[in-house]
Design a protein around this ligand. Structure first.
Ligand code: PAF
Length: 281
């Protein structure tokens, strides 16, 4: 596995593989099994795979969150090597955002108006900025993103369409702990009690999936709000049931065939998100 940190090193790698299929896995490091599944899928589907590790400052609306973001580079490199990743790109802030960098302007319609869009102002602008920059620099044929960040995935698909990047965005299933908790780099910051509490997030999403045949959307939202109100360890930030294509909130189950239920919860200071697809019939 080779590491590229400069534009020169990246250019050398890209020219060496000019006629091969290139898979790209963007990450912010602090890698877990979910990330490694993205890398493995890229290795399966491409001749060459490159993973980036870059904690992107423009997508953090909360500076404390950026400061606390874990950065275990040595461990990450070992993990990537162990699954057979070919290249790791670890650029500096200056390389990603040079002084003459002009970010493209994107418009996401309804996709960034709710949930993460309203609770993390500027977040998706930062994600679109960094991913569009990486797509320009790396020019991959395929790029891999986890479904845990469902809204992010929708934003990136829209960004790719708007910019006309010739990249196939490959969505990958959420990888979960045996407790059901969605894997996330932020889980590293939870203590044992908080880890147990955090597993109740997906438990409640699964319960919603069971309730959908017998309860209205209003009723399941009420049930879920009450479950969190009476849970000392978890603080609900938002819960929404939406059309997975537009992310517009659904009023009734028969609004569409499939809904996405998305949730953000604080476990102490750690903010976690998750989601579940709800198929009707
Ligand atoms: O999901 C993430 O880890 C980040 O938002 C991403 C896609 C790597 C962009 O910085």
């Amino acid at each position: 596995m080779r590491i590229a940190s400069t534009l020169n090193e990246l250019t050398q790698i890209l020219s060496k593989h000019a006629n091969t299929s290139l898979g790209f896995v963007p990450t912010m490091g602090a890698l877990h099994k979910g990330h490694l599944e993205l890398v493995k899928k890229s290795i399966e589907q491409n001749d060459v795979s490159i993973c980036s590790i870059f904690v992107n400052p423009t997508q953090f609306n909360n500076p404390a969150d950026l400061d606390k973001y874990p950065n275990p580079l040595e461990k990450d490199l070992e993990a990537l090597e162990s699954v057979g990743c070919d290249y790791v790109f670890t650029p500096s802030k200056e390389l990603v955002y040079p002084p003459d960098f002009i970010p493209k302007d994107f418009s996401f319609g309804s996709l960034d108006k709710e949930m993460e869009g309203t609770n993390r102002p500027g977040h998706f602008k930062g994600v679109a900025m960094v991913i569009s920059r990486f797509f320009q620099l790396i020019k991959p044929q395929k790029a891999y993103f986890g479904e845990k960040d469902f809204q992010q995935l929708a934003i990136i698909q829209s960004m790719v369409k708007q910019a006309g990047f010739p990249v196939e965005v490959v969505p990958c299933s959420t990888v979960r702990e045996s407790s059901g908790l969605a894997m996330s780099s932020r889980n590293m910051r939870l203590n044992k009690v908080q880890l147990v509490a955090a597993s109740r997030i997906f438990e409640r999403l699964r319960a919603i999936s069971e309730m959908k045949s017998s309860h209205s959307i209003v009723a399941v939202k009420k049930w879920l709000n009450f479950a969190f109100l009476t849970d000392e360890d978890l603080q609900l930030e938002y819960f929404e049931i939406a059309n997975p294509n537009t992310l517009i909130a659904s009023d009734k189950w028969n609004d569409c065939d499939v809904h996405i239920a998305c949730i953000a919860v604080f476990v102490g200071e750690v903010r976690l998100i998750d989601n579940i697809l709800l198929k009707i019939n």
